[in-house]
Design a protein around this ligand. Structure first.
Ligand SMILES: Cc1cc2nc3c(=O)[nH]c(=O)nc-3n(C[C@H](O)[C@H](O)[C@H](O)COP(=O)(O)OP(=O)(O)OC[C@H]3O[C@@H](n4cnc5c(N)ncnc54)[C@H](O)[C@@H]3O)c2cc1C
Length: 459
């Protein structure tokens, strides 16, 4: 059995940045990185190249798995902030968390070689304007690379690390065993098994169920988290232009008057595309955009998500989110699309109504009725938020504003780790979204850098 110092499971943002940092530090450690998905060049979604209209459940899904993880075909938006995108600061302190996110930004910009713009909320008066309407704009610096540049950066990061880090794709890690007598781990995969001193689990959102199994096996404590449910909104880019030109991505939080529930905008993509994604066989909606103007659309899209936290005896918040998404998959064969005007009038959208719609959808989805899918409480909150946003971005509540459902933000259960991201099982580390600590590219990448530095200092 091949023996390594470290095995990294998952080549997403956290795994890629850990492998970058190990290489940069010239650690001379024998390291293997495994991913169940494809290498970068083979990560092609059949919908994107027009082979199929709808998600055909590729296994593994090229949007979620493979080199670069869920971030590869994303919008490449890196938010440098402690206000959202994870709780890294709770483990490392606010200054250290920001310092690591700034470092990730420097590395990306170096590989990018371009002059990508850093947007910031601090030099705009949008916060004041939003507050006047009880909308709360969160502070952040945002670097946007776009899907196209993001891929190029990842290719360069791969080339930088490949001589030092052994990488295996299309390799599913199925189990981990611990040999007490040798103080070694055995990583069991779909190809062969390997031994190592330390394991870094970077298995992201798509590895959430497997992560729970591993934690249960080693008696590592897991805490159930929240689930956010909502829709993706798509409207003409002009409606949000005065905001997106200044801050690119605006994270706006609102407390509904009806239920006092928190609802927020999320993942804003000016001139972007709406896409479907497949997590463990469940099709949900997402969005991204390109920096190359030729690939851009005439629309802006963003998610509106209602936060749902449950109390005892209910424990599986993700199961709740999955059940709502499954309803839309059952009724619409995937994603359901509805005009805001139709929703308000209590009628479904149909092919006939969509033909007259001025806003052209960027994702082929089934026209239907989202009120048959999304529970009343969340739907009421979404409608209230759309009218609130209409005050700072008039046109948001137009009849032809498109709503795609369901968008679900699953949060992995929070894995109990110490301030070095080590679990109670010594030698087993968990970083990135897989541990429920981070929920974003910047924070997942920063956690990978941190653990690589820490482990290099141990050997
Ligand atoms: C379409 C889309 C757009 C997004 N856009 C943005 C954005 O613009 N900005 C932002 O901040 N965030 C965005 N996100 C979220 C962001 O991608 C994640 O926060 C980030 O990728 C998390 O990194 P990670 O390393 O923790 O996990 P991931 O990137 O999910 O990587 C985990 C990797 O582990 C592998 N894996 C899992 N289980 C196993 C196993 N058992 N064996 C082997 N390999 C395994 C998977 O194949 C995957 O490649 C987006 C997500 C999606 C899906």
């Amino acid at each position: 059995m091949k023996d390594y110092n470290i095995i990294i499971i998952g080549a997403g943002a956290s795994g890629v940045f850990a492998s970058y940092e190990f290489t940069k530090l010239k650690s001379n450690l024998k390291i293997l990185m495994i991913d169940k998905g494809n290498p970068l060049e083979k990560r092609i979604c059949p919908i994107k190249i027009g082979k199929v209209d709808k998600c055909i459940n590729c296994n593994p899904c090229n949007i979620m798995n493979g080199y670069g993880g869920a971030g590869t075909l994303s919008d490449g938006k890196y938010n440098i902030t402690n206000s959202f995108g994870g709780d890294l600061h709770a483990y490392l302190g606010k200054d250290k968390a920001i310092e690591l996110m700034e470092y990730v930004d420097e590395v990306l910009c170096e590989f990018d070689g371009g002059n990508s713009k850093l947007y910031t909320t601090s030099n705009s008066n949008l916060k004041t304007t939003a507050l006047r309407h009880d909308l709360h704009l969160l502070d952040a610096k945002v670097r946007h690379f776009g899907t196209d540049r993001n891929m190029k950066i990842l290719k360069k990061m791969y080339d930088f690390s490949k001589e030092n880090i052994e990488m295996q794709f299309n390799t599913f890690c199925t189990d981990i065993n611990y040999f007490e007598d040798e103080n070694k781990y055995e990583v069991v995969t779909s190809n062969e098994n390997y031994k190592c001193d330390k394991v870094i689990l970077c298995s992201g959102r798509s590895g959430s169920k497997w992560m729970s199994e591993i934690c249960n096996k080693f008696n590592i404590k897991l805490e159930s988290n929240q689930v956010d449910i909502g829709v993706r909104v798509e409207l003409p880019a002009e409606v949000f232009k005065h905001i997106t030109d200044v801050v690119y991505e605006s994270k706006i939080v609102y407390q509904t008057k009806l239920y006092n529930d928190l609802i927020r905008t999320f993942c804003m993509n000016p001139y972007g595309q709406v896409v479907s994604e497949n997590t463990n066989g469940i099709i949900t909606v997402n969005g991204h955009s390109y920096s190359d103007k030729k690939l851009q659309s005439e629309n802006t899209n963003f998610a509106l998500l209602v936060t749902n936290c449950f109390t005892e005896p209910f424990k599986d918040s993700n199961e709740y989110g999955e059940s709502v998404a499954k309803l839309s998959n059952m009724l619409g064969g995937g994603i359901i699309l509805q005009r805001f005007g139709d929703l308000i009038k209590g009628r479904r959208s149909s092919d006939r109504r969509m033909k007259k719609c001025f806003t052209r959808p960027t994702l082929k989805a089934t026209p239907g009725d989202l009120s048959l899918v999304i529970p009343k409480r969340q739907m009421d909150s979404i409608i209230e938020m759309i009218y609130a946003l209409d005050k700072i971005a008039p046109g948001t509540a137009n009849e032809d504003t498109l709503l795609y459902g369901v968008e679900v933000k699953f949060y992995n259960s929070k894995v109990k780790v110490d301030s070095n991201f080590q679990t109670d099982k010594k030698g087993l580390f968990v970083v990135g979204d897989g541990g429920g600590v981070t929920h974003s590219l910047s924070q997942a990448s920063a956690s990978g850098v941190y653990v690589a530095r820490y482990l290099t200092s141990l050997f």
